[in-house]
Design a protein. Structure first.
Length: 489
């Protein structure tokens, strides 16, 4: 079993464990749990030699007396949407099959600079479009709590890697819920930082005004440590913010006495599973016991969030994905006797999956002359209204607490025939994304069937520390603390 981030780093730093032994243990777990027909399929690539080489380099550094970084020897899984130098990066798509990036994403380089071990690339919905992992061109990852169920998405592989303790932490990306929802479905901790808090350089773009990289971990402290390391200004991402980065880990254990929690009425209505509601209400009561006060708040534009998101995100995706045309990256399909246009068409037809095509079509439509103002322009205005709802609520409360997702993990195949019902699984995560706000998902009591449930905590911009403090305060009382799926024990 692979332990928590801080435990491993402290033991490797103290010389009690060798990084190579930790890496071998993680690889052995991946061998035992991930491969084959019955495996979890969290990983798309595991570069064994590079993993062992990196671990030996950490051990050699220590032997030479050089102080080790804050993630010394910690196995961290990397979502396949993040570029990794020399390691195949597909973003879950056929169109990038076999593509090897010539550079590391900034976040990947920052983990390495703290002596983390990038253990492998994780499965995901193609170009991060999806909520179940089933849009992966390479087959879905499975939920370790019940392998007939989806792990959530799009960062499902990262969530599964952590839930099954094949890694202590993972990087994911969250555009409309892709870290928080899979964290909720798998009983892991996930953080979506404030938009601009973490560099997007080397993250394969889906919807650039929403995309944000963030951590998954087995505990709040581990997620906080990884966040402290990946956050901060990067010259290579013009949208990354210069705000100073606090030590988020220091917020674990901070008092939450007197913090005012808002419970949005709009999130506890039709469509919410009663067991999820009860579990989340119990978690909110737990935070009350820790000294918080609780009151209802209103986020009246919530009901427009799904529609607004699916206009803005698809519009941006249609533009971002135009670069995959068979010329510079990955797949190229050349029909015999065809011209350049035919090559573009054939490449994109064979390279992209159904959901990606659906979104390119929708996004192109909402941006087209004659429809731009009616759809895209209007969605931007509603986005502002949604952000103002949060501004108003944060005039009265310090954090907003809710379920992360309306249901526990649904069955694989349950929603694939009905895109709209899939889109609705993001109702509670989309508003904070549209408003650019940070949000944490932390496990609360499981359902009777033993499925994980997530509590979402949204805080004001750049106040991830308050979200971390609240998540840690709840985690300390949560019956789900340190819960490991039976097949991974
Ligand atoms: N499930 C949402 C979508 O399909 C969000 C995905 C994400 O955050 N990358 O777009």
């Amino acid at each position: 079993m692979i332990g928590h981030v801080a435990e491993i780093a402290e033991r490797v730093r103290a010389g009690e464990t060798r990084a190579e032994d930790v890496a071998r243990a993680a690889l052995a777990r991946i061998d035992a749990l991930d491969g084959g027909e019955h495996g979890l399929h969290a990983f798309l690539a595991v570069p064994r030699e590079k993993v062992l080489e990196a671990a030996r380099a950490v051990d050699a550094k220590r032997a030479a007396g050089t102080p080790l970084g804050r993630l010394a020897g910690v196995p961290i899984a990397i979502k396949d949407a993040l570029c990794t130098r020399g390691v195949v990066t597909t973003s879950g798509s056929r169109i990038l099959e076999g593509w090897v990036p010539p550079y590391d994403a900034t976040v990947v380089a920052r983990l390495a600079s703290e002596d983390a071990i990038a253990i492998g690339k994780t499965n995901m919905d193609e170009f991060a479009m999806g909520s179940s992992n089933e849009n992966s061109a390479y087959g879905a990852a499975k939920n370790p709590w019940d392998t007939s169920r989806a792990p959530g998405g799009s960062s499902g592989g990262s969530a599964v890697a952590v839930a099954a303790r094949m890694a202590s932490a993972a990087l994911g990306s969250d555009t409309g819920g892709s870290i928080r929802q899979p964290a909720a479905f798998t009983g892991t901790v996930g953080v979506k930082p404030t938009y601009g808090r973490v560099s997007r350089y080397g993250l394969i773009a889906f919807a650039s005004s929403l995309d944000q990289v963030g951590p998954f971990a087995t505990d709040v402290r581990g997620a906080a440590r990884v966040l402290s390391i990946i956050a901060g200004r990067d010259e290579r991402d013009a949208t990354s913010r210069g705000a100073s980065v606090p030590d988020f880990e220091a917020a674990c254990g901070a008092s939450v006495q007197g913090l005012r929690l808002g419970v949005p009425e709009e999130y506890f209505q039709e469509g919410l599973d009663p067991e999820v509601a009860a579990s989340v209400r119990a978690a909110i009561d737990g935070l009350k016991d820790a000294g918080c006060t609780v009151r209802p708040v209103k986020l009246p534009h919530t009901r427009f969030a799904v529609a607004t998101y699916y206009v803005i995100a698809t519009a941006e995706a249609s533009s971002n994905l135009a670069r995959f045309d068979g010329v510079r990256y990955g797949l190229r399909v050349e029909p015999t006797g065809g011209d350049l246009r035919a090559m573009y068409g054939a490449t994109r037809d064979q390279g992209f999956g159904r959901e990606v095509k659906r979104r390119i079509l929708l996004g192109t439509f909402v941006l087209s002359a004659g429809y731009y103002d009616a759809y895209y322009g209007r969605a931007l205005k509603v986005r502002t209204l949604i952000a103002r709802d949060f501004d108003a609520a944060f005039g009265e409360v310090d954090a907003i607490v809710s379920p992360t997702a309306p249901t526990p993990a649904f069955a694989l195949g349950e929603k694939t025939g009905d895109p709209l019902s899939m889109y609705l699984s993001d109702v509670y995560t989309l508003p904070a994304s549209l408003a650019g706000l940070p949000a944490v998902s932390v496990p609360c009591a499981p359902t009777k069937a033993g499925l994980p449930v997530g509590l979402q905590i949204v805080t004001p911009a750049l106040d991830e520390a308050r979200g971390v403090a609240l998540a840690a305060a709840w985690e300390a009382r949560s019956p789900a603390r340190d819960a490991v799926p039976p097949l991974a024990r």
